[in-house]
Design a protein around this ligand. Sequence first.
Ligand code: PBG
Length: 323
Amino acid sequence: MERPRRLRTTPQLRRLVRETTLEPRNLILPLFVHPAPAPEPIASMPGQYRHSLESLVEIAGQAREAGLGGVILFGVLPEEAKDDQGSGAYAEDGIVQEATRRLKAAYPDLLVVADTCLCEYTRHGHCGVLQGDTVDNDATLELLAQTAVSQAKAGADIVAPSAMMDGQVAAIRKALDAAGYPHVPILSYAVKYASAFYGPFREAADSAPAFGDRASYQMDPAAGYWDAVREATLDDLEGADLLMVKPALPYLDLVRELKARFAKPIAAYHVSGEYAMIKAAALNGWIDERRVVLEALTGLRRAGAQVILTYYALEAARWVREG
Ligand code: PBG
C-alpha cells in the first residue's frame, strides 16, 4: 500500500525530504524614512516605524547583523514638502537619497534597494504627474528615470520601480545606462495589483491618492493570467533583472506562473495589509504569530519566490535561526 505517512514518521525523515528552505538572505526588509528628528510608530502596522535618519541606520544595522538579503527604502514627506511633480523623489538631497548615502557609508556591504515611485512625494498622491484627472504616462517616465538615476548616484544597489507606468523599466534602464550605471539592476514591480492590502502602507507613507484610485494604472485583481503574463513579459523584454508579484499570498498562483515562465529571479511583496492582518490576530492571541509567519513565507518560497519583501524580515530571520 502507498503510505505517504511513512516519510512523516520521524523528525529525521521529515527533515530529509524537506525541499523548501527559508533563509534570512531571501528576505528584504521594507523601511520608511522621514526627515524628522525622531522615529514615529505606525498605528496600522504595530512594530513598524517612520524612521529618522539615525534610527534608520540603527535598524539597518540589525538587518545586516541578521543576514537579511537587504532593505528597501520608502520616503515619507510632510505635506508642505510635496508638490505636483513629486520633485522630492528625484532631488539630489531627497530623503531616500540621503538615507541611502548614510546606509552605504555605515555598511558598505548592506544591500540597499530604493523604491522608485512618485506617490509619496506628490501632493495629489498619485504615482505620476497629472494631465487633468488622469496620470500622464509618458511625462511620468522621465521623472521616474530621473528618480532612479538619483538613487543610483546616491549608492542604491538596486532600483525598484513601482509606479505601474507603461514603459517604465525601459525608460529607467536607458537612463541608468546613459548616466553611467549600467550595472545597477532593476527589481521591477511587474505584476502589481490595485489592492486593498496596501491600506496600512498608505497610512504609513501618507501616500493615499487625494482623489480617485489607482485602478487606471495598477492591475485589476480579476483580470486573469493574460494581464499578469503580459506585464511580466514586457518588463522582461524591457530589461528588468528581477520580476516581482505584489501583493503576495492572494497572488501565489502568479508567483508560480512567473517562476515557470521566466529565466529571472522572482520576488514577492508580502505587503502591509498582509502584515497587519497577522499582527492584529497575533496581538489578540488568536494565532501563533511565529508559526503563521514562517508558514506564509515558506509558502511563498515553495511557490517560487527567491526574494520576499516582508515587514516580518527581522523576526523571521531570528525565528529561522532559532530553528
Ligand atoms: C508605491 C508603493 C506602494 C506600496 C509599495 N510601493 C503603495 C501603492 O502602490 O499604493 C505598497 C506596499 C505595502 O502595502 O506594503 N507605489
